[in-house]
Design a protein around this ligand. Structure first.
Ligand SMILES: Nc1nc2c(ncn2[C@@H]2O[C@H](COP(=O)(O)OP(=O)(O)OP(=O)(O)O)[C@@H](O)[C@H]2O)c(=O)[nH]1
Ligand SMILES: [Zn+2]
Length: 369
């Protein structure tokens, strides 16, 4: 099985920015050069200073254009999913090179920090509106710590999370799902077609069509990030959804997948879906540090609890140990409804995901709980 994650070269300096300038990654209008002739493209991947964008999407002029960044962007990161302005040779002809002069304002930004104490955060993907957390029911064992961390990152980014459980032929996922009942987290399942024997080749395993179609319907019309540890069957799913087939050397017409060997995020078009439906695969991501996360943003994802925090002490982190946290009274008074207690327990577990004492870096990378 081909492993695409080539360790530490997945992020370079330009992917990095330093707190506390929270709005720093959003281009401010006054910084923008005029470039009125720039055309807009969507970044599908970034590899060694080369930015690949798709232009004139869903028209008969659709093409891939490779660009280098203009100096005036400084070190501002450009990532998969970014909408960018391009000038120069935007023909997409072989060996042509355009110039990337502008990053359009991002609807969402999925971020991570290297670990929970590292204040440097990296932009992972821009403009996604769904985060699909892929775990296997078994082999490898699902880690609720990893799921919780990914949920926190999604809530922080204002991106809708979904849980996708693969290899449901190996174990009934009911117990795993029960951890998330109170979160109202949509769960989608995947497994092999009934007559398929699981083998070592992820690209050829035929998946249950009904389950794949349910996932496709859920992703239709969205830009979804797929996140999951190696071996969970993410490539198998991506291949089923995009029609790419790495095993036979097939190449996705739009993205050139098949030749793509780097570990950076890659946007792929979903087959048989409406225009604008993309999945962004993130092969290089193993760790999900949460040092950048603002606890208020996580609470705000819980509608019935969000109002309570106006009554919290300044700087409250809303954990069980936070003195004077207003969430406890709010729930005790029934203001969060019948499910208030379990919702608060789930919220607190998530808030604790970045703050478990004694966790090693390895634990964090794997999301071991
Ligand atoms: N039993 C079973 N095996 C599966 C299923 N989906 C994928 N597999 C197998 O799991 C293994 C890993 O699948 P991949 O799709 O390569 O997994 P991945 O998450 O992309 O892993 P990397 O390629 O290492 O990033 C392969 O041997 C697949 O055949 C499933 O639903 N059930
Ligand atoms: Zn509080």
């Amino acid at each position: 099985m081909a492993r695409r994650d080539s360790a530490r070269r997945d992020w370079d300096e330009s992917d990095v920015r330093v707190r506390p300038n929270k709005s720093g990654s959003r281009p401010r209008t006054k910084d923008r050069p005029a470039h009125r002739d720039a055309v807009t493209g969507r970044i599908v991947t970034v590899d060694r200073g080369r930015y690949t964008a798709v232009l004139d999407e869903d028209t008969d002029r659709e093409r891939l254009v490779v660009a280098v960044r203009a100096k005036e962007l400084h070190r501002r990161p450009v990532v998969a999913g970014d909408l960018v302005g391009l000038v120069g040779d935007v023909s997409g002809a072989p060996d042509s090179l355009a110039r990337l002069v502008r990053i359009e304002e991002r609807a969402t930004v999925l971020r991570r920090s290297a670990d929970d104490t590292d204040p440097v955060e990296r932009v992972v993907v821009a403009n996604a509106d769904q985060l699909v957390i892929v775990v296997a029911a078994a082999n490898p064992e699902p880690r609720t710590g990893f799921i919780d961390r990914s949920l926190v990152a999604a809530y922080d980014a204002g991106i809708e999370p979904l849980l996708c459980i693969t290899k449901t032929d190996l174990r009934d996922p009911a117990e795993l799902i029960s951890h998330y009942t109170a979160l109202e987290l949509p769960v989608l399942l995947s497994g092999p077609a009934r007559d398929a024997a699981a083998d070592d080749d992820g690209a050829t395993l035929p998946l249950d069509r009904t389950l794949v179609e349910a996932l496709r319907a859920r992703l239709d019309g969205h830009v979804s990030v797929l996140l999951g540890h190696s071996g969970v069957g993410k490539s198998t799913l991506v291949n089923a959804l995009t029609g790419a087939d790495r095993a036979t050397g097939g190449v996705n017409a739009v993205t050139g997948r098949g030749r793509h060997t780097s570990s950076s995020a890659l946007a792929l078009r979903i087959e048989d879906a409406s225009p604008g439906s993309w999945i962004i695969d993130t092969p290089g991501i193993r760790s999900f540090g949460l040092a950048h996360v603002d606890p208020d943003r996580i609470v705000e994802s819980f509608d019935e609890l969000a109002e309570a925090i106006a009554e919290c002490p300044k700087g409250c982190r809303h954990t069980e140990a936070s003195p004077g946290c207003a969430l406890d009274d709010w729930v005790a008074q029934g203001r969060a409804g019948d499910a208030g207690t379990s919702r608060l327990a789930s919220l607190r577990r998530l808030l604790g995901a970045g703050e478990r004492p004694g966790e090693s870096r390895e634990d964090k990378e794997l999301g071991i709980q």
